[in-house]
Design a protein. Structure first.
Length: 570
């Protein structure tokens, strides 16, 4: 049965209906998804697997008599730059790939999109023609064009795509004249707004605006790895820095010293994203780094953070204790804050008085008293802790133990009936114990106050759409740390590939942990002054799963690649 042909449908939809390539229900569902998602019909057909990319291309080839063109070798620098109108490219899901005389050829997975041909022809006063390509190969090309176009197409960024930016309070008096001048520079304003929105959409954690002698680049940190997003003309660098500094309420006249500020990006009337901004004078201009503090993106569900069952139960058991100290350790960007706040969200009840001291406050939780540290005004972690102890606390969270004074107050609180949570910058759970000792804390205080230590890293998850099985000899797997039981039967391991749904074969991140509860054996070793190697051996003998083993287990589950295991663990 074929679907009745509606004159309002695209040519591709009418052809599919007439040919019976899809059932009436399938085509109706696909058309509904195009309206819902705002995507082209060809994209929906492939993404939702009504047809494979090659099936759709071969159907169009037969139906419209167009030869199928291979896009594998086409790169953005081969595209006529003057015809890279990103608003038309994004609107119509097409790419200009060739100019021959007065004819501009557009790569299209739906060659019936007459509107695309007409819009490009009208804008550039050229004749246009279609080049039939596979949808799966068109998507990566469009992504590359987007990166290149971000640097070139300032004037064609549409205001409708840009959310309002809230600067917080009124700008400083010293910046008012500059603000007026910069806001008159509409392309720069729209470009910066678009970069910020793209960063949020792509779930980036940091944005880097970097000037160099011969070029300027913009990078996003996505899933812990920096990726170059655009390379705009170097002459725009000072204008970018001035715009960002005004938005963050920094002094644009001060170019010799680092400055810190904040920006609030309003996504909707009720949703906003806070951004922490730092400017740094470098040899070739001011580098601006923006940290995205998107509390709405933080997942505070303990079952989704990557703990295995044993590790989760150890953490929950420590949280149930009325006193003691829980320490989370790892490098910057390893997810320590999310781990702590997951614990706090479990403890956050009407009967508990919870106070936190943070720098900065990254996640907002109703019902918790959160204090922003301000060293310039004298409010340090130690000062906040002293104040908390006079506020009848049950649970205290300290953003970071940086010095002996803060450590001593935290230990005192943990020994006097309070549950204390905090972080340290060390590489492993065992090293945390020696770090506290090196700070100057007496061994008996460490042994009696610390309840649990968690060391963690964030590993990039393999994209489920494109990951491929990887065959590695058993001898090499043994050298990597797999045990005999893990290799029998032979495990199925996967590697990253890369597709339109991910970044270089990875999508999202998951926690890798080692969880070390304090026990009598460790307490005695601490009292004897044991080093971190001795403590680590004792911890593993008592059943602790090391970071390496935790990562290997995730590889066996097909969640991460062996390359990622090597990147995040020694």
């Amino acid at each position: 049965m074929t679907m009745p042909i509606n004159s309002t449908q695209s040519g591709l939809a009418r052809s599919l209906a007439a040919s019976g390539q899809l059932s009436a229900d399938q085509l109706e569902q696909a058309l509904a998804l195009t309206r819902q998602d705002g995507k082209s019909l060809s994209t929906v057909l492939v993404e939702h697997r009504f047809l494979s990319s090659i099936e759709l291309a071969q159907f169009c080839e037969r139906e419209y008599g167009l030869p199928l063109t291979d896009l594998d070798e086409i790169a953005p620098d081969q595209v006529p730059a003057q015809y890279m109108s990103m608003d038309l490219i994004e609107r119509h899901h097409v790419a200009p790939v060739m100019l021959q005389g007065r004819v501009l050829y557009l790569a299209m997975s739906d060659p019936t999109d007459v509107a695309a041909l007409e819009d490009f022809g009208f804008r550039f006063n050229l004749v246009t023609d279609a080049v039939l390509v596979e949808e799966d190969k068109l998507q990566p090309l469009l992504a590359r064009l987007q990166q290149a176009g971000d640097a070139l197409d300032l004037d064609h960024i549409e205001d409708n795509d840009i959310a309002d930016l809230e600067l917080g309070e009124d700008p400083d008096e010293r910046n008012k004249d500059a603000l007026g001048n910069i806001e008159d520079d509409a392309p720069i304003v729209r470009y910066i707004n678009k970069i910020m929105l793209d960063a949020v959409r792509r779930e980036a954690s940091d944005l880097h605006f970097e000037p160099y002698e011969r070029f300027y680049r913009i990078r996003f940190r996505i899933d812990g790895i920096l990726h170059e997003i655009a390379s705009p003309p170097i002459s725009l660098g000072t204008r970018f820095a001035a715009r960002l500094k005004v938005m963050a309420r920094l002094d644009i006249a001060e170019r010799r010293l680092p400055q810190d500020g904040r920006i609030k990006l309003k996504l909707t009337r009720t949703t906003s994203v806070d951004m922490r901004v730092n400017s740094l004078p470098t040899q070739w201009g001011e580098k601006i780094v923006i940290r995205i503090l998107d509390s709405s993106a933080a997942k505070l569900d303990i079952d989704k953070l990557g703990y295995d069952e044993q590790q989760k139960q150890l953490y929950l058991s420590a949280l149930k204790k009325p006193q003691g100290m829980i320490l989370v350790t790892g490098p910057t960007g390893s997810g320590k804050t999310v781990s702590l706040y997951t614990g706090l969200s479990i403890l956050n009840t009407v009967s508990a008085n919870i106070s936190t001291a943070e720098d900065p406050v990254e996640i907002t939780l109703p019902g918790i008293n959160q204090v922003q540290i301000n060293p310039k005004s004298g409010l340090s972690f130690a000062h906040a802790l002293r104040a908390f102890l006079r506020q009848d606390p049950d649970i205290i969270m300290v953003g970071e133990i940086r010095d002996l004074e803060t450590a001593e107050i935290a230990v005192k609180a943990a020994q006097t009936g309070h549950l204390v949570l905090s972080t340290l910058h060390t590489n492993s759970a065992a090293e945390t114990l020696t770090r506290l000792s090196n700070m100057g804390l007496p061994a008996y205080n460490i042994a009696s106050s610390v309840t649990l230590i968690m060391a963690q890293r964030l590993a990039r998850k393999l994209c489920p759409e494109c990951k491929e099985e990887e065959h590695i000899p058993e001898e090499q797997l043994r050298k990597l740390g797999f045990s005999a039981s893990q290799l029998s039967p032979p495990p199925t391991l996967y590697k990253a590939v890369g597709c339109q749904y991910c970044t270089e074969g990875y999508k999202g991140r998951i926690g890798i942990y080692e969880v070390l509860p304090m026990n009598d054996t460790l307490a005695n070793l601490i009292m004897d002054g044991a080093n971190s190697l001795t403590l680590a051996r004792a911890a593993e003998e008592s059943g602790m799963i090391s970071l390496r083993q935790s990562a290997l287990e995730k590889a066996l589950l097909g969640t991460i690649s062996l390359a990622e295991v090597g990147r995040i663990t020694l």
